[in-house]
Design a protein. Structure first.
Length: 308
């Protein structure tokens, strides 16, 4: 069997090894963490957090459970002495510090308590990810940053469900829906020639920032969070429809981040990965050279148009 075929078989086998225990409302598990996702999160850390390495940061990782042997996770990326990493999932396990009972109502996570929220290979497994997006924003301090990574392609890998794929417009629309600023958004359309075959997932990434809100804006956001929970399937059994409105959480100290603009960390990561592939095995170099030659020839045959 060719090595490429072996790599794709191995990633499919790893996906089928994951536990399929049924979770409430579709679950909030961490899926199979592939190398390209790890590298993209590392690019986010180096591009947006490097100058804050000696500053105290509270960092929340959503869907952090390590469910398979040798599975990658983000904890090593956020091990600076001044930082405190918290892994969150809906069931206990390795790399889980906080267990939330309901993926759409994180009573165990205080509002405005984290400077940074990260998540990779999780949103595609959440049935109602737009409700979870509000919980992500609720957990962020004002001015806080989040980096979310989810696949835009790839094989079905139910954990226990596999509902969604994301493109950059979808990520930007999610930010608009949740009322946060889109700092940078990216979809990996190029093949980056990973030995583990993880380029097949074509990850989409978004860096977002929670704005600093006046009292009226905070109240409006809180009301939208409450509304999302009340219209969920099963909300009546959970008591949300009959429950009185909860009070607006007390304002906490904002994060120390300034208003961020895009630093193009993901295109730079993509370019660096291509250059690394050129230095690797002859097979990878041959693939990349062939791809670049085809792209060069297309540039003479395709009509000019806007970049995508």
């Amino acid at each position: 069997m060719r090595r490429t075929g072996w790599s794709l078989w191995r990633i499919r086998k790893s996906c089928t090894m994951i536990k399929r225990d049924r979770k409430p409302f579709g679950g909030l598990p961490g899926g199979f963490m592939h190398q390209s996702s790890f590298d993209k999160m590392e690019a986010f850390r180096d591009g947006y957090l490097a100058e804050y390495r000696n500053s105290p940061l509270e960092i929340l990782d959503i869907g952090s459970q390590v469910a398979t042997q040798r599975q990658l996770n983000y904890r090593p990326l956020f091990d600076a002495a001044a930082w405190r990493y918290t892994g969150m999932d809906i069931e206990p396990g390795e790399n889980v510090d906080v267990v939330v009972r309901n993926p759409y109502d994180w009573k165990e996570i205080a509002a405005e308590s984290f400077d940074v929220v990260v998540s990779g290979q999780t949103l595609e497994h959440v049935k109602f990810f737009w409700v979870t997006a509000f919980e992500i924003v609720r957990a962020l301090k004002e001015g806080g940053l989040a980096c979310l990574i989810a696949p835009g392609a790839g094989v079905e890998h139910r954990f226990p469900v596999d509902c969604w794929r994301f493109y950059r417009d979808g990520m930007a629309a999610l930010c608009e829906f949740a009322g946060v600023r889109t700092v940078e958004v990216y979809t990996q359309w190029k093949g980056l020639y990973y030995e583990d075959g993880s380029e097949i997932w074509r990850d989409s990434c978004v860096v977002l920032q929670k704005p600093r809100l006046a009292d009226r804006g905070r109240r409006s956001f809180h009301e939208r969070v409450e509304m999302q929970k009340r219209v969920l399937t099963g909300a009546w059994e959970e008591g949300y429809l009959a429950a009185p409105p909860s009070p607006v959480p007390d304002r906490r100290a904002p994060s120390g981040f300034p208003e961020m603009t895009s630093r193009d960390v993901f295109p730079r990561f993509e370019h660096a990965r291509e250059e690394e592939a050129l230095r690797q095995s002859f097979r990878l170099r041959r693939k990349l050279i062939r791809k670049r030659w085809k792209s060069f020839k297309r540039s003479f045959t395709q009509p000019l148009g806007d970049d995508v």
